[in-house]
Design a protein around this ligand. Structure first.
Ligand SMILES: [Zn+2]
Length: 276
């Protein structure tokens, strides 16, 4: 039997005493582990931001292991401009790719589908600036897990309580490409608070991960936009138990809303979205 160093055990115990319930499955299951969101795999070794630790039950923490590893790979791969990458990033991506190739070969993009991209916004470039590949089917599944955990974690961080099974949420992602920053600018202007992930011992953290959010406690309404490097944006909206999807604008009503507090994806029942 191995024993953890006393100091480490003490820190974990203290954290779980302060955060007694898992924040990913409804807020009623006791927490027994500390989960990192965004997953550590999104960052070079030792670079994950401090204070992004969350209380989780064993099932919620272990249940996303595959998707955590894949999220790390995809978020770094989707950084559109390769010059944003440091040698450490490249080393991490290569290491992740090799691990994925061994464990989940279906999760890698198929290079035979690659098409050169000759365009940035409305400007046509003489030489290809990148290649576009078809997303593997696993990508959608991984992003869904990632978006679910990120929404639960950021709500917990900002509202100070777990999402329950009576909350509904919507979360989507997009890749920033060229000059098309319309939605990014809109989200940035809408949301008041900015939080940049940092580590006290690393001075130049760059723009690896940050998010903007807003929370209205009376309505229990939460919204956020999170950015990974310069390539990927994940955004989300949470509705409190008293709020109804049918009262939203048509654009939002037509989206795939999900019930919060479940380990697997549960779509909000149709009768609620269609009621007027
Ligand atoms: Zn849980």
């Amino acid at each position: 039997m191995t024993t953890m160093p006393k100091k480490k055990l003490g820190k974990k115990k203290r954290f779980l005493l302060d955060h007694p319930y898992c924040c990913f499955c409804g807020g009623t299951v006791p927490s027994t582990t500390i989960d990192h969101v965004p997953p550590k795999a999104c960052f070079p070794d030792g670079y994950w931001p401090e204070d992004f630790e969350f209380p989780a039950c064993e099932a919620c923490n272990q249940g996303s292991k595959r998707d955590d590893q894949l999220t790390g790979f995809y978020t770094q791969l989707l950084d559109f401009n390769e010059s944003n990458r440091t040698p450490q990033d490249t080393a991490k991506i290569t290491k992740l790719r090799d691990a994925i190739l061994r464990n989940y070969p279906d999760a890698l993009p198929d290079p035979s589908t690659s098409v050169p991209i000759h365009q940035v916004g409305s400007i046509i470039t003489p030489n290809p600036i990148a290649v576009s590949v078809q997303r593997p089917a696993t990508f959608a599944q991984t992003m869904e897990t990632f978006q679910r955990k990120l929404t639960h974690a950021l709500y917990y961080r900002e509202a100070g309580k777990p999402l329950t099974k009576s909350h509904a949420y919507l979360s989507e992602h997009y890749q920033i490409q060229g000059s098309d920053h319309t939605l990014t600018t809109f989200l940035g202007a809408l949301l008041p608070q900015e939080t940049i992930g940092t580590r006290t011992n690393i001075k130049n953290y760059g723009e690896r991960f940050g998010y903007k959010s807003g929370y209205k406690d009376k309505e229990d309404f939460f919204m956020y936009g999170a950015q990974f490097g310069k390539g990927l944006i994940v955004w989300g909206i949470v509705l409190g138990p008293g709020m109804n999807v049918s009262s939203l604008a048509d654009y939002l009503k037509s989206k795939s809303w999900r019930w919060a507090g479940y380990r697997e994806t549960i779509l909000i029942p149709c009768e609620i979205t269609e009621a007027s």
